[in-house]
Design a protein around this ligand. Structure first.
Ligand code: GAL
Length: 685
């Protein structure tokens, strides 16, 4: 593997042979060292069932090898060819209305189809046996963004697989009936054949059934991945196998669970063009990728050189923005920056999507910037393998994303990912790195953090409660958002008054949830502004006595303290922000969701109280500063100036892009980036 990977998806089957040679020449010019090859090449290498033709792929791999470009070889399972649908019509994808969706796009298959699994294993086998020992092939790329379009298939094969999965999970029908609470609305099952995938129904679907279906679907996709991975491992031992995630932006795959299954976490990220602060969303996705990777380096498998073609308005990146984006991912632990795709298509769905080699070729701004990026990555290659560690952790959980946003909740404005991102953004704005960790984290891992954030953690398991309690009692600070601690994994309420599983730790009782009308706001008596949500909360008294608020009976040592009250809104006069000492630590609870600027104030206070400082105090709004550190003690400060003004950051060392010595104050021009090897550390790598 190259030190820092640089390259992109390479789809040579779109082009004639002479273009392949030109591609390798241009890759060398730009310093490309890794391409993901053949992601959608199934019909190229197996034009008819069991007729394989590897001549094109042989030639391309040989050319790349001669040119010094390593290959991340893909299995083509993301896009079965038309012959597959003709041969196996039962393997086609069926949507929630029971409509069979045909080919002509990609991912048009049922993930539970035995025919699909068999045929993908056949192709993977042929590829691994042919290229598994090839010196150019350094990594395997299974499928592409698995489940992106076809996570929830509703065909009879899927339904049967769902029933098997439910048997494993619940044992027998009694277990299923209990877990799903089928006593309500007369949903008791008396035979397995009655159990269906929740599809179109006249009214709302049983939420526990829905949650199980989401879990099942993620597991089925994982089985597809494993089927191929195991074939690749058998015939190509020693080469890492991965598949590209969409961390934080794609809801239907539990990447926290999948993290254990890949040899290297890889992620795709595309900016939301309509969001002028999309770089904070980028940081969230990158920090989550690192969390899924257990803190180890990961790889940015796809982003775009400029515009995409699939959003409503596909704005181009501004000059310098691509470099900033790439280095922002690397700052947050990616060991490289790769793109979709190497050469811009001249036909097909993605011809208006930017690429490394644009339609206009070498004279274009984008190409010049690609060459500049390649040079930059060579200059900072020494950072590869180093890691990033935050002092703040935000706990993230796919099951919570699914459960919180099921229908039949107090408010549709309670959105899981948007709220987590808002909290993360507020920390980002304080110049602090926030690790985003899978929520089933141990108390030992939590103990490394000064502050832990738990925004709206609705579905709460005993393990999470134990870890959080031990963390707080050991001296940690915890901030919990509203509508947390309420249900178990079957969406059944935890016993006792709200907030159920978190009530003892938080030392408070929620009487009622009081969502706001659309767009409404409320104020707190400390001037902060809330939105979406209020709760009627009582702090619990000394010795954990639960009951109505006793304003004289609580103090900092013995009970829960009210820090701010609702000044208006449906809970006017009641507590809005509460605090309690527990063991050596501190828990805080927010009974509303906050406007962005208020959230920033709230989090600034929590960071301060926990003793967390900005990586570069005084760097200014919109200036991102992140440190990577190597085991041998070397460290690098990445400075990304997202503003239209020059920024100054106090540091010492060598700025690697310019090779300039920095003796105390680094100036980074508007929109520019810098990477400083901090002094006292030298390139021994
Ligand atoms: C990704 C996908 C690529 C390409 C890209 C365009 O989601 O993996 O194949 O379609 O989007 O932005």
């Amino acid at each position: 593997m190259p030190r820092l990977a640089f390259g992109g998806d390479y789809n040579p089957d779109q082009w004639d042979r002479d273009v392949w040679r030109e591609d390798v020449r241009l890759m060398q010019r730009a310093g490309v060292n890794l391409v993901s090859l053949g992601i959608f090449s199934w019909s190229w290498i197996e034009p008819e069932q069991d007729r394989f033709d590897f001549s094109g792929l042989d030639e391309v791999i040989a050319l790349l090898h001669e040119g010094g470009v390593a290959v991340d070889l893909a299995t083509p399972s993301a896009s079965p060819p038309p012959w597959f649908s003709a041969e196996y019509p039962d393997a086609e994808f069926v949507d929630h209305l029971g409509r069979r969706l045909g080919h002509g796009s990609r991912q048009g298959f049922c993930p539970s189809s035995p025919d699909y699994r068999r045929r993908t294993a056949v192709v993977a086998n042929r590829l691994a046996r042919r290229y598994g020992e090839h010196p150019a092939v350094v990594m395997w790329h299974v499928g592409n963004e698995i489940g992106g379009y076809n996570a929830h298939c509703h065909c009879p094969t899927s339904a049967e697989a769902f029933r098997h999965w439910l048997r494993d999970r619940h044992g027998d029908l009694d277990g299923l009936n209990r877990a799903w609470g089928t006593a309500f609305w007369s949903q008791r099952y008396s035979d397995w054949s009655q159990v269906r995938i929740p599809g179109a129904t006249p009214g709302r679907v049983n939420p526990a059934q829905q949650l199980d279906h989401y879990r099942f679907a993620s597991d089925e996709l994982l089985d597809c991945y494993r089927t191929e991975r195991d074939v690749l491992r058998r015939h190509s031992p020693g080469r890492p196998v991965t598949t590209n995630f969409m961390a934080g932006t794609f809801k239907w795959v539990d990447y926290c669970a999948w993290g254990q299954e890949v040899d290297l976490v890889t992620n795709d990220h595309y900016l939301v063009a309509a969001d002028p602060e999309a770089h904070t969303g980028l940081a969230f996705s990158a920090d989550l990728s690192r969390g899924i990777a257990g803190g180890r380096p990961w790889l940015l498998m796809e982003h775009s050189t400029s515009a995409v073609q699939w959003q409503p308005r596909n704005t181009a990146k501004r000059p310098g923005e691509m470099l900033r984006n790439s280095l922002a991912h690397i700052a947050r632990g990616s060991d490289g920056a790769c793109f979709f795709q190497w050469r811009q298509s001249d036909s097909g769905v993605e011809k208006w999507h930017s690429a490394m080699v644009p339609h206009g070729g070498e004279s274009t701004r984008i190409w010049q910037e690609v060459v500049r990026l390649g040079a930059a990555l060579r200059r900072i290659g020494e950072v590869a393998g180093s890691t990033v560690t935050g002092e703040v952790a935000l706990l993230w959980d796919y099951e919570n994303w699914w459960a919180l946003e099921l229908g039949g909740r107090p408010s549709v404005d309670l959105e899981y990912a948007a709220e987590a991102e808002a909290w993360h953004r507020a920390v980002w704005r304080q110049g602090v790195v926030c690790d985003v960790l899978p929520a089933d984290v141990s108390a030992e891992v939590l103990s490394r953090y000064r502050l832990v954030l738990l925004p709206s953690h609705y579905l709460t398991t005993p393990g999470t409660v134990r870890a959080l309690t031990a963390y707080v009692h050991g001296g940690g600070h915890l901030l919990v958002g509203p509508f947390s601690g309420l249900v178990d994994r079957d969406d059944r309420l935890h016993p006792g008054p709200f907030p159920g599983a978190l009530r003892d730790l938080l030392g408070l009782t929620v009487d009622e949830f009081l969502p706001l009308r659309e767009g409404a706001a409320l104020t707190l008596d400390d001037g902060l502004t809330g939105r979406v949500w209020a709760e009627a909360v009582h702090p619990d008294g000394p010795d954990g006595a639960h009951g109505p608020e006793d304003p004289d009976g609580v103090d900092d040592k013995h009970g829960t303290v009210v820090d701010a009250r609702f000044a208006d809104g449906p809970a006017a006069g009641g507590p809005a922000l509460l605090r309690r000492r527990a063991g050596a630590g501190l828990v805080r609870y927010a009974a509303t969701r906050f406007e962005d600027s208020s959230l920033r104030t709230l989090l600034a206070g929590a960071l301060d109280e926990a003793g967390v400082r900005s990586t570069a105090p005084g760097a200014g709004d919109g200036v991102e500063v992140v440190r990577r550190t190597a085991e041998d003690g070397r460290s690098w400060l990445f400075v990304l100036n997202h503003t239209d003004d020059a920024a100054e950051v106090a540091c010492r060392g060598v700025e690697l892009l310019s090779n300039a010595t920095v003796t105390g104050l680094l100036t980074v021009a508007a929109g520019e980036v810098a990477v400083v090897r901090e002094s006292g550390t030298s390139d021994v790598g």
